[in-house]
Design a protein around this ligand. Sequence first.
Ligand SMILES: [Zn+2]
Length: 79
Amino acid sequence: MSNMSCHEAKRKVYEYLGEELDDTAKQEVDGHLSGCSLCAEEFHLERTISEMIISTNPRLIQSSDFYNRISNSLRSEIE
Ligand SMILES: [Zn+2]
């Protein structure tokens, strides 16, 4: 059972999508998402948006700071 807070989970969602998390951290996020429908919905939404951005702008993924820029802007909305 994960004791990760929703706030922490939402921060890690963007790191998850940016492949910044190791397997252990991903499992922690997955554990929270499996027990928290709110965060699971948000994760699904963010992943869909990210995939749309990448599929329409495939060259963006080659930019090493692409996810950093996205996650920083999204994080600033949360905090
Ligand atoms: Zn949650």
